[in-house]
Design a protein around this ligand. Structure first.
Ligand code: NAD
Ligand code: TYD
Length: 359
């Protein structure tokens, strides 16, 4: 029973891809998209969405009056909560916004939903859903021989980002346990794909390579992430909304676990093919000071979502990276909007200066 969906953070990377996915997948759905348009959100990500089925609202998830008003005015029956501060490096330099948005913001949404759906309207549980989008980083870091994270792995968040997401997961879980709010939670591995802000590894490397700038590889470049193409993540969330069981957590991952350096080299090789120059892009690779507290390895066990909901990733890493690079090259308006954004240039300078200083 998903008709009127509030998507938070829907102008960001995964949120904007999800809004597109959902509107295509289900012609009966209307989306209200609440996003504060921080540095990570852009109206450019919402280009060409159907105006009759998608309403964008600029606002803060911590603003309880606004959230209350949206739930009632649009008679929202489903919340899909993406809005967050999402970058580990920023959380190390400046953790406060992470606590505000990720913890207080999630609490504000849960409390507003409880009040409206359960207390005021007493809606049937089967007609409502709060889906909370989270990360594999809540589980901490794996040694090389440890098994992949499952839904029962104890939480051990290492960065302020991961700790803020872990806090929000606990709040979401408690609202199901205490108030019977129909909550589902998904913990997903590293995403990549169209519309990702180029502070994260893959788009940063593509843009730096296109602009002839160094490609910063932290530490020895042997850290491991479990990469998932964003469309696969959107499909998994849709499956959880349609068929997932309230109160359950689902791990989502890509079954793709190369070292960071391999990712960077693969992108260089792709660009050598698509944008050949006098020199190979690999010459731009530069090893820089490592991230403090850098998690060494993430890997997701996706048996639960595969067995119970029949979901598994469709994209291989090779196909996903190719699609991502192609998309960036084919969307110069998006690229120009990002490049003009003050925060993008400022971040590149600040992040790089911090690493140079730490050497
Ligand atoms: P993003 O940084 O690209 O987008 C976040 C969006 O939230 C932006 O549009 C921003 O404007 C908005 N936002 C931030 N603070 C807000 C506030 N107070 N009120 C309203 N809107 C606000 O993030 P993303 O990569 O798309 O991640 C989306 C969600 O998925 C996050 O919850 C993140 O923790 C989770 N996640 C991300 C990844 C990944 O690899 N990117 C992996 C697993 C889980
Ligand atoms: P990132 O994309 O920031 O995601 P997360 O920290 O959530 O995993 O980083 C992915 C990996 O790439 C991580 O191990 C850090 C590393 N990294 C670099 O080596 N260089 C970079 O410039 C960035 C942004 C990340």
């Amino acid at each position: 029973m998903m008709n009127r969906v509030l998507v938070t953070g829907g102008a960001g990377f995964i949120g904007s891809n999800f809004v597109r996915y959902l509107l295509n997948a289900d012609s009966g759905v209307h989306v209200v998209n609440l996003d504060a348009l921080t540095y990570a959100g852009s109206l450019e990500n919402l280009r060409d969405l159907p105006v009759d089925r998608h309403a964008f609202i600029k606002g803060d998830i911590c603003d309880r009056d606004l959230v209350n008003d949206l739930l009632r005015r649009h008679r929202i029956d489903t919340i899909v909560h993406f809005a967050a501060e999402s970058h580990v490096d920023r959380s190390i330099l400046s953790p406060e916004p992470f606590i505000r948005t990720n913890v207080i913001g999630t609490f504000t949404l849960l409390e507003a939903a409880r009040q409206y759906w359960l207390v005021e309207e007493a809606l049937p549980i089967a007609d409502i859903r709060f889906h909370h989008v989270s990360t594999d980083e809540v589980y901490g870091s794996l040694n090389p021989d440890e098994p992949a994270f499952s839904e029962t792995t104890p939480y051990a968040p290492n960065s302020p980002y991961a700790a803020s997401k872990a806090s929000s997961d606990h709040l979401a879980r408690s609202y199901h346990h205490t108030y019977h709010l129909p909550v589902t939670i998904s913990n997903c591995s590293n995403n990549y794909g169209p519309r990702q802000f180029p502070e994260k590894l893959i788009p940063l490397v593509v843009l730096n390579a296109l602009e002839g700038r160094p490609l910063p590889v932290y530490g020895d470049g042997q850290q491991i992430r479990d990469w998932l193409f964003v469309d696969d993540h959107c499909e998994a969330i849709h499956q959880i909304l349609v068929r997932g069981v309230s109160g359950q957590t689902y791990n989502i991952g890509g079954n793709n676990q190369p070292a960071n350096l391999t990712i960077v080299e693969t992108i260089c090789d792709l660009l050598d093919e698509l944008r050949p120059g006098a020199r190979t892009h690999r010459e731009l690779i530069k090893f820089v000071t490592d991230r403090p507290g850098h998690d060494r390895r993430y890997a997701m066990n996706i048996a639960k979502i595969r067995n119970e909901l029949g979901w598994q990733p469709r994209y291989s890493l090779k196909d996903g990276l190719f699609a991502t690079v192609q998309w960036i090259l084919a969307n110069p308006e998006w690229l120009a909007a990002i490049q003009m954004q003050n925060d993008y240039q400022a971040w590149l300078t600040e992040n790089y200066a911090t690493r140079e200083k730490a050497k």
